[in-house]
Design a protein around this ligand. Sequence first.
Ligand code: IFM
Length: 461
Amino acid sequence: MTVRTDLPPDFVWGVSTSAYQIEGRVDLDGGGRSIWDTFAATPGRVRGGVGGEVAADHRRRMVDDVALIASLGVDAYRFSISWPRVQPGGEGPANQRGLDFYDRLVDELLRRGIDPVVTLYHWDLPQELEDRGGWPARETALRFADYAALVADRLGDRVVRWSTVNEPWCSAILGYSAGVHAPGLRDPSAAVAAAHHLLLAHGLGVAALRDAGVTGGVGLTLNPYPVVAAGDRPEDHDAARRVDGIANRLWWDPVFRGTYPDDVRADLAPLGFDDHVGDTDMAVISQPVDALGLNYYRRHHVRHEAGASAENGMWPGSPDVLSVEPPGEHTALGWAVEPDGLTEVLHQAATVAGPVGLFVDENGAAFQDPDRAPVDGVVDDPARVRFLRDHVAATALARTEGVEVRGYFVWSLMDNFEWAEGYESRFGIVHVDFETQQRTLKSSAEWYRELLAGGGAVEAG
Ligand code: IFM
């Protein structure tokens, strides 16, 4: 069955990447080390003991990669800037050679008719700032504003949309409480301090971008999860409420409602959360934005289980939450495939964010064989084609139901460094041979190209 997606002609189709996951070679520009260099070099932290020194070698292959992006027929390319490439020690004047790279990238995209969409912070904090306290320290938010101003000064006339921070939940919780992302701490109090300071960095970053007179829209990118209680006991519903609080409402309520939810504040109070919230912080965090990016991969299904999350550090202030996976198809990372969750999350975001432009900034999946290596020059990845098709349809459904969703970006353009999973989990619609750096379009890339060429008609069902 062919279903018209009913997406308007100005709907933005794109692909997404991030600096640390693809670029490699920070040394070429006199850049500095990030927390991910340190984390990856620590034995046992990243699968296979690998890091981002080379990654997909995009720093050296940028022109060819932009040609590849153009060949897909997308409208926009979302990428992130490496903070340590621009400010090696996390403060002080810009390293012009670092900025030169992004200047060339933006010009190359525009030359090919592709809109540059920039994320300022996608997890690669300069190590020096971590050494001075990292995100649990308020100072880091102030340094972020300086960095944002330097980038805006150089690129502000050409970038079409800016995201201050990407998925701050991951930076705060996975980085400082669960300890599975850099910097690898297991300290729930530090994590909730980091959460507030990442939001403050967003607000200060918005102000810095606007002060610099950027011409593009300004916003942030969150990774909300619809939450399902996997049980009927009152405590199971309370577990779902808590997870919804920390995964979703902790982030979008302050940005769009200017306040932290009372129940979340109460849950986090024993961790000293309130101590970090300064008198004028909420006004800074909640200044108006133009756009909200949403990264959607799956739902959270949770129930009460004594001590479950005290052990894994996933939900600071809520030690008794167990994540369970529903039946049905799962990706290679064990994430349940639930496209209708994307429709749901778009509705939720529209309710909270009001009239700002909503963009699906990331959506995609890691699947195992047969997309691991080309066979006769072909990488056939039918599971990913199905996944993308059903999520595009879910996006279109939300639009039909009245949600002002304005764009959809596939995660990811190409296989890359999937953080703690190393290079094993492949999210790309373009296959990368990490030995030779050869790029090969997967059938999902061909599918996406055809979708765009056809004006957005998807096969659904
Ligand atoms: O690879 C990541 C990306 O950096 C942030 N969003 C989720 C992706 C898949 O895990």
